[in-house]
Design a protein around this ligand. Structure first.
Ligand code: SF4
Ligand code: SF4
Length: 298
């Protein structure tokens, strides 16, 4: 709610110019740089042809950029949209499954600009290994998608993860992911990053469990929680869509946010922007430099 966000801003001035962390910052713009093609887990709500659902609306393919191209894209967009204050890396796969390109891109952008918020959105599997490096390149805002803290629930959301050169399935994969997500959250909070947690609300699977997620992430140092509705339509081709899983209703979403809100400040203005988003929240200017820039050859 608005008052929740006001109090967050009071607590933390760093959030005041970040449109994803503060409703009052909607005059500022953000750009997502699509430099991370690979992913290390499988979510049943993902369609690999499209952007990562961590932070993005399914249905649009990102044009991949190499780090130098991405920095150049930022430079051009900043020249056209000077209120661009946030550079995020959110896909189309997982940024920390592609740590070299993600870190190189962040470094290149930081070199061009002091007055910028750098942020990264991740499934959290590799976060504990990279939290320090992210902080060192200047990342202040981090989003982790944590849908559950119970491996029986996780096994229904993640058919497999790929960790330590092995594919782990079912409960074992889910438990490994959850343990690593929570350790990563703790490490990131200890590094001084502002950590936002995304939870995809999946009726019948984790809807009774969001309060437990909220209280655990609060304990480990998260600053903000974003309970977002599953987009399950079969035409997006997700496993959930094909299995007949439905999206939550408005009422179910409001109830889940209220329950999670007991322990965590809730963010309710999220636009679920795409991995190559440009401009203010809710504004899609991603074609802004399309003429000027050939497709990446990755
Ligand atoms: Fe897809 Fe993102 Fe899940 Fe990876 S983390 S499977 S890209 S939704
Ligand atoms: Fe950062 Fe997420 Fe906002 Fe993108 S949507 S700018 S990754 S907080």
């Amino acid at each position: 709610s608005c008052s929740t966000n006001d109090s967050v801003v009071e607590l933390n001035p760093k959030m005041a110019t970040h449109p994803c962390y503060s409703k009052q910052a909607h005059q500022y713009a953000r750009i997502h740089l699509p430099v991370a093609p690979a992913c290390n887990i499988q979510c049943n709500y993902c369609n690999r042809k499209f952007d990562c659902s961590n932070e993005s609306r399914p249905g649009v393919v990102s044009k991949l950029l190499a780090p130098a191209q991405a920095a150049e894209r930022y430079r051009k967009v900043k020249a056209r949209i000077p209120e661009t204050k946030v550079v995020g890396i959110a896909g189309p796969g997982d940024p920390l499954a592609n740590p070299a390109s993600t870190l190189a891109t962040l470094k290149a952008v930081a070199k061009l600009e002091d007055d910028i918020h750098l942020c990264v959105s991740t499934n959290g599997l590799n976060l504990v290994d990279h939290a320090k490096a992210l902080r060192e390149v200047g990342v202040e805002h981090l989003t982790i998608t944590i849908n559950c803290i119970d491996a029986d629930i996780g096994a229904q959301i993640y058919p497999w993860i790929y960790f330590d050169h092995r594919r782990l399935r079912g409960r074992q994969g889910a438990q490994t992911l959850i343990d690593r997500q929570l350790a990563g959250l703790k490490a990131a909070a200890e590094q001084g990053m502002l950590v936002k947690i995304n939870t995809v609300l999946i009726p019948g699977i984790n809807d009774h469990h969001v309060a437990a997620v909220a209280s655990e992430v609060k304990r480990l140092g998260a600053a903000l929680h974003n309970v977002m509705p599953l987009i399950a339509e079969a035409e997006h081709g997700t496993y959930f869509g094909l299995m007949g899983q439905r999206s939550p209703t408005e009422e179910e979403l409001a109830k889940a946010r209220e329950e999670a809100g007991v322990s965590m400040a809730q963010m309710s203005h999220c636009q679920q922007c795409r991995a190559d988003a440009v401009g203010r929240l809710g504004q899609d200017c991603s074609d802004i430099d399309q003429d000027a820039e050939p497709a990446a050859d990755l």
